[in-house]
Design a protein around this ligand. Sequence first.
Ligand code: ATP
Ligand code: MN
Length: 463
Amino acid sequence: MDRTTVADARREESVGKQVRLQGWVRTRRDSKGGFSFIELNDGSCFGNVQIVADGALANYEADVKKLNVGCCVTIEGDVLKSPAKGQATEVKASKVIVHGWCDADAYPIQKKGASFEYLRTVAHLRTRTNTFGAMARVRNCVSNSIHQFFQEQGFLYIHAPIIGASDCEGAGELFRVTTIDPAKPPLLEGKIDYTQDFFGKPTYLTVSGQLQGEIFACGLGKVYTFGPTFRAENSNTSRHLAEFWMIEPEMAFHDLYDNMTLAEAFIKRLITDALTKCPEDMKFFEERIDKECLKRAQSVLNTNFLRVTYTEAIDILLKSGKTFEYPVKWGIDLQSEHERFLTEEHFKNTVILHDYPRTLKPFYMRVNDDGKTVRAMDVLVPGVGEIIGGSQREERLDVLEERMRETGLDPTAYWWYLDLRRYGTVPHSGFGLGLERVLLFLTGMSNIRDVIPFPRTPKSAEF
Ligand code: ATP
Ligand code: MN
């Protein structure tokens, strides 16, 4: 008999079919009539299927009556219409095979209402909980939508390298990649001699695939990367990981406004797909994690993103009459409290802030005619704050070189990046979307460590 998923067995159309289900027991309860109900989950959907195991089964006393949470089983039987409320079907078992027993008292995730902090310490088992099952399915759905969205629009998927020699964001939050023995490094004039390292120069895990994305965009038009990125930010916030997944489209001939239009369509597509393809999981997040999450998602979907300059935003913050922990003045980097005031209190909407002071942003963003601001954009969503950072790129060779020197970078180290401007330069734009920030937004989960399978944060890389 072919394997059937719990998701299939739960569908009304399956009534009358013979099925073979395989998964983990969530609960067992015995009825007075000498039979038992087993709730079975296999990860194929949020809900369980109810198994009715009759006392007439050969191993009823020996096995069925010993099943409890965590046990792994194969169950064969017939799908029946369920008389119970809230489920279309149930499965009458004709055979129960136990693969793995589970000591309920010792089972690390047995307790109901275990905190997310605790579940992080048992990340190898938390996949069997409702929350992390739902999370895995929504994450999968979003990942799939990302590819679909760009593929439908004719973007090429580019695999950016994980190891590189440049610090694209200029923030210095880099993880070094080396094969040098820390106990006896080769020295030259008292310093480590990286010419003797594996790549012959200092190398790092990538903080962004953008520069390589630009190489492909400046020859092939519209491209995107989707991969892990690494930042050694020792910040320990609920919105930062040391390893996170970023989607970075890069488009030739797109200006900043084209970039905004694409970002809006993209985010809306991810939301639409999550709501339509994972309704059960999203309902769970609304019921159990954040009552507002579906409403918030709908409202982002149904309103046009506002476009507001950094300078206008500063004016609004100054006139708000609010006292912020970080005082507001033109030139400051906006903090989460400022972003939240703008999206959640003032505009009550998604806001694209653009044209930031040049002093705040990396070298590659296009300088405006005012000389003071650059063509940067951040997309801020209610509940999370910054979800996208992007810009129109500087395509003018001389301005770019000047910006590099200004930010302390050596133009000769970026000769290949400058060549893109030297030979057939092209106006172009792109942005980076943090996958985990999208998931925070969709699910209402409050800590980014709980929307990635294996969080990497300061002092934490167990699993
Ligand atoms: P933030 O100000 O929130 O630290 P950033 O300005 O450093 O973000 P960018 O360099 O613009 O971020 O990166 C693009 C996107 O990648 C961000 O908008 C965000 O969605 C995501 N992102 C950045 N840093 C992290 C991180 N440490 N963990 C998870 N996602 C991140
Ligand atoms: Mn950052």
